[in-house]
Design a protein around this ligand. Structure first.
Ligand code: URA
Length: 433
């Protein structure tokens, strides 16, 4: 068996065997296959797809490429959460301290930005001193001592996914059901939780643009969950316009902190309540979804969720003075308004383009080794269904380069579709699978 034959087989739209998939994952993880060969195979998978069996084998091989955590010390109902990615998606930063403050252990491995979507790890690293790369013992110890730890894929958990994820990001191979399902589920299997809630985003700002594809992805991940003996619930959420207002790393951390203090954007709140209520249910801490939502509201209003966030940041070396006073976060040099050129109701804001523009300002990566600029991004001021007058501020561009800022202003403006007809606020929770 060799990699050239495997690439040629997928290129010609043939089914890969378990042995071929295992060979690729093992040899790529051990650096015996080059990035350009892996890129060719990943592109062939992207174009020709994989059937359920291949997707399952890919997931299991990736989950098995490193260590697998045993979280049984925390009981039978350890719940994990993951999103298929979005623009302005700061849900993990808000939801996980909420869940931990309800006494449910949170041991979560998050990812970096992928394509036009942001990543929780990049956002956390915008907090001075926060370590996302602690060892496994420390990770478990943190969960034992304060009930929560959030880390990056720096541990030896699903290292094959870490490599393929970073590769996909730089070869335009993000929107693929087998690649997303195997990426997410391999991490979830390796990270040890036995219950999983997945936020399957759907719309312009998601990898799945329509409800049919979002359903297919949800079903693929649920099936893998079943095979791995992990109860999985998928919540399909709307990602047509950016979630909340802020897009960009420290800008989103600031919005998350404000949310934990009770000032949460309406769409973010709906996602938090729905995902959180299912996490509580899977953790066996309450069967009634509506009552679970009340429990979440309570730990926000009594400050317990915010306190848990502070504890998390402190425990992983972060400087909590940034959380206590978010004005301390580095600000971009240019914070410039995008003004509406006409009056009317906002019909659409293309979240994908907002994510891409934010990436071009420096909030994302073009190459694997690129450094993120934590302070740049876009803060949306007006959302879909709102009425604006000519000259009203639609958004602010946060940039460190004046030319890029000016380009971003005109590009953001073109992403706002404004017409005279009224439109309803978009539905946020689309389906539960
Ligand atoms: N999140 C992941 O971990 N992997 C993907 O492929 C997409 C979102």
């Amino acid at each position: 068996m060799n990699i050239l034959e495997i690439i040629a087989k997928k290129r010609d739209n043939k089914k890969l065997s378990k042995e071929e998939i295992n060979y690729f994952i093992k040899e790529y993880t051990n650096n015996n296959i080059t990035d350009y060969q892996a890129a060719a195979l990943v592109m062939a998978i992207y174009i020709n797809g994989m059937d359920d069996e291949e997707t399952k084998e890919l997931t299991l091989a990736m989950a098995d490429s490193g260590e697998t955590l045993d979280l049984s010390v925390f009981g039978e109902n350890v719940v994990d959460k993951h999103s298929t990615g979005g623009v302005g998606d700061k849900v993990s930063l808000i939801l996980l301290p909420i869940i931990a403050s309800l006494g449910i252990p949170v041991a979560k491995m998050s990812g970096r930005g992928l394509g036009f979507t942001g990543g929780t790890i990049d956002k956390l690293e915008s907090i001075k001193g926060y370590h996302t790369d602690i060892g496994i013992d420390k990770f478990i110890e943190n969960v034992k001592s304060i009930g929560i730890s959030l880390i990056g894929q720096t541990l030896n958990l699903a290292p094959a996914d870490k490599k393929i994820y970073a590769l996909r990001d730089t070869i335009s191979c993000t929107e693929s059901i087998p690649l997303i399902a195997s990426s997410i589920m391999s991490k979830k299997i390796a990270a040890g939780a036995n219950k999983i809630v997945l936020d399957v985003t759907c719309g312009h700002g998601a990898f799945m643009n329509n409800i049919e594809d979002a359903r297919k992805l949800a079903v693929a991940m649920k099936n893998i969950g079943k095979l791995a003996n992990k109860e999985t619930v998928c919540v399909i959420t709307n990602m047509n316009e950016p979630l909340g207002y802020a897009v960009g790393n420290n800008l989103e951390v600031i919005e998350a902190v404000n949310s934990l203090k009770g000032n949460m954007p309406e769409d973010v709140e709906q996602v938090i309540l729905e995902l959180g209520a299912y996490m509580i249910k899977l953790a066996d801490k309450g069967d009634n979804i509506e009552e679970n939502k009340e429990k979440i509201k309570e730990v926000i209003s009594n400050g317990k969720a915010y306190d848990k966030f502070l504890q998390l940041i402190e425990n992983q070396g972060g400087d909590t003075s940034y959380i206590k006073d978010t004005n301390k976060f580095e600000k971009a040099k240019y914070i410039l308004p995008v003004k509406s050129e006409k009056a009317g109701y906002i019909q659409d804001i293309n979240a994908r383009r907002i994510g891409e523009i934010s990436g071009l300002l420096g909030a994302g990566r073009m190459k694997k080794e690129d450094k993120i600029d934590f302070s740049v991004g876009i803060v949306v001021e007006k959302k879909v269904s709102e009425y604006v007058k000519q000259g009203d501020v639609l958004a602010y561009v946060h940039a460190n380069d004046e030319k890029l800022a000016q380009e971003a202003i005109s590009e953001v403006l073109t992403e706002y579709v404004i017409e005279s007809k009224k439109v309803d606020k978009p539905k946020v929770i689309l389906e539960i699978i």
